[in-house]
Design a protein around this ligand. Structure first.
Ligand code: PEP
Length: 261
């Protein structure tokens, strides 16, 4: 392996969703921090919002390249939106990243492309890097709609991509049929879709300064993590269910680090 390749760090985003417990945050950070520090992998913990501050305190005890991200932010900066948490509040609590447009938000909470765009704008203003999630359903794939759906989801946010210096847009390809099903997309499919996203982005107008960083997410496990993280087109993996338990998440990260070394 060349020195250049060795220096290309990739990222594992751990989306806990509505799982875990407050007490496990410190154990998780203590277990994972050495892997982020020594390996070729950066790690981003996305805990339930209420535990963000607790996670930040954990990071102060175990300093490393481990960072925090929010699973969701409000589509408004402030106002009469009961129960919402703004991107600014998440940044104040220690987040550096935020998921926007996760398929569970789109499908279960009626999040529209317009709301996703507004959330992205709020992230930039608050200094968070948004992680835009896009992906087709199983029906859309079977009916040959994948490309159209992905272009629609990308097209909806095009006018809102304004990364300040030092920030990047992250795009996670997360086919809906693979999330939480145990049915991950194969490396060839992931490579083809990410190449499509890359060339779509390259063809956009000059207001979009930088290429996004590309992730894959959907049923990542010990069985497939190494082959997915090793793909040239992949800058990282977004992991849901397999990221909650600290020991098995550490095993997953070790497999990724071995594949990158
Ligand atoms: C996700 O929800 O972003 C995800 C990838 O979930 P899972 O790994 O559980 O499929």
């Amino acid at each position: 392996m060349t020195a250049d390749r060795a220096r290309r760090r990739k990222v594992m985003f751990a989306n806990w969703k509505l799982n875990g417990c407050a007490e496990s945050i410190e154990t998780w950070i203590k277990t994972m921090a050495p892997l982020a520090e020594e390996g070729v992998l950066d790690i981003v913990l996305m805990p339930p919002a209420l535990w963000m501050e607790r996670a930040r305190t954990g990071l102060e005890r175990y300093p490393s390249r481990l960072a925090l991200g929010a699973q969701n932010v409000a589509a408004w900066e402030q106002g009469a939106y009961t129960g919402e948490i703004s991107a600014r509040m998440m940044a104040d609590a220690g987040a550096c990243y935020a998921l926007v447009g996760h398929s569970e938000r789109r499908l279960l909470f009626g999040e529209t492309d317009e709301m996703v765009s507004r959330k992205m704008a709020c992230c930039w203003t608050a200094g968070l890097s948004p992680v835009l999630c896009i992906g087709e359903t199983g029906f859309e794939r079977e009916t040959g709609e994948t490309e159209r759906v992905l272009k629609r989801q990308l097209g909806a946010v095009e006018g809102w991509v304004r990364p300040p210096p030092g920030k990047a847009l992250w795009i996670a390809y997360e086919p809906v049929w693979s999330i939480g099903t145990g049915q991950a997309a194969g490396p060839d499919l992931v490579a083809a879709v990410l190449a499509g996203i890359h060339s779509h982005w390259a063809g956009l107008n000059a207001t979009i300064h930088s290429q996004p960083r590309l992730l894959y997410g959907g049923s990542v496990s010990l069985a497939n993590a190494a082959s997915l993280i090793a793909l040239e087109a992949v800058d990282g993996l977004l992991v849901g269910g397999a990221s909650v338990n600290p020991e098995s998440c550490a095993d997953l990260c070790r497999a990724m680090i071995r594949a990158l070394d």
